[in-house]
Design a binder for this molecule. Structure first.
Ligand code: ZN
Length: 171
């Protein structure tokens, strides 16, 4: 009995082993020659990406229409990448926005700040400022029947905003 290629809709014989997870080479699925080639291309593609590139890839509008705040475990992070692997993604690293992003060399503190404000890492100062005003309105006790339930959230947002102001002000 022949084993059929595990690729969706493919009916060729699966004779090449393709690892299922990045860190677990013991688990694999079987693919035909055509699909193992595509698989390897994608695999190498991520393998050669820097953390910065991977992060940009995930945050990018090309991959997501809105930014994703947390990936949970690193395994989940990779699965998200994996599931979103599309052909010819290398072009995004030639894009102006990636070059700007790289130039910006965002610190982890700034990244956290962007995440708290649910903003993309390449947001312009104007966008940050507008977002801040929106968030403050949303979580202010005056807008919540005087309730202080968002006090902590508001504090975090304010700290994030000050952090970004500090960074963006330098440029
Ligand atoms: Zn196949």
């Amino acid at each position: 009995m022949k084993i059929i290629c595990d690729w969706e809709m493919c009916e060729n014989e699966g004779i090449y082993k393709a690892p299922i997870e990045r860190d677990n080479s013991k688990k694999y699925r079987l693919l035909c020659l055509e699909h193992i080639k595509i698989f390897n291309k994608k695999w190498n593609y991520f393998e050669n990406m820097s953390d910065e590139q991977i992060e940009y890839f995930v945050k990018s509008d090309i991959t997501w229409h809105k930014s994703t705040k947390s990936f949970g475990s690193s395994e989940n992070f990779f699965n998200i990448l994996w599931n979103n692997a599309l052909e010819d993604k290398l072009n995004i690293f030639n894009s102006k926005s990636y070059k700007d992003y790289k130039k910006a060399k965002i610190s982890n503190t700034d990244k956290d700040a962007f995440d708290i404000m649910d903003l993309k890492y390449d947001s312009k100062w104007e966008e940050i400022h507008i977002r801040f005003k929106t968030l403050v309105k949303k979580y202010h006790p005056d807008k919540n029947q005087g309730s202080k339930k968002f006090e902590n959230k508001l504090k975090q947002i304010t700290l994030a905003y000050s952090q970004l102001k500090k960074t963006m002000g330098k440029k």
